[in-house]
Ligand binder design. Sequence first.
Ligand SMILES: [Cu+2]
Length: 155
Amino acid sequence: MIVRRRVARALALLAAWPVLARAHAGHEETAWGKPGDPKRAARVVPIVMQEREGRMVFIPDSVRVRTGEQIRFVPRNAGVLDHEFVLATTEENRRHAIEMEQHPHMDHDEPNAKRLKPRGTGEILWHFTKPGRFEFACLIPGHLAAGMVGTVTVE
Ligand SMILES: [Cu+2]
C-alpha cells in the first residue's frame, strides 16, 4: 500500500511539471511539427553559432520552409562559449528560457534541442507539418538577449 502511494505521489509530481514536459519535445506532434523520419529525404540547413562584435548570433538567422518539408538543421558552434539550438514556438522558448535561469547547465540533447561545446556540431531532423512562424534560440542565460534567436517561416 505504501509503495503504491509513493508511486502515486511520484506520478503526481511528474504531472506537476508540464513546462518541462512541453519544453522537451518527445516524439509526439507539437505546435511546430514533429521529429523527422530519417528514412525520408531532408533538406540540409547548416547554421553557424558564434559571438561576433559583442553580440551572439545564428548565421543565417532566418529560414523559409514549405509545409510538409523535412529539414536537417546542422548547427555548428564556431564560438568560444557553449551554445545551443532550441527549435520551438516563441512562446515555448520564452517559457523555457525562464527555466534555464534556474538551471543554466541543463544539457539539452532532445529531438528539438542540442547544446554544443565550442567546435561541436549537431543535427536536428525536423518535420514541419504546419504553417506558421517558429524560431530557434539559444536559451543559455543572457544569450537570447545578446541576439541568439532566428526565425523559421513555414508556408
Ligand atoms: Cu548561446
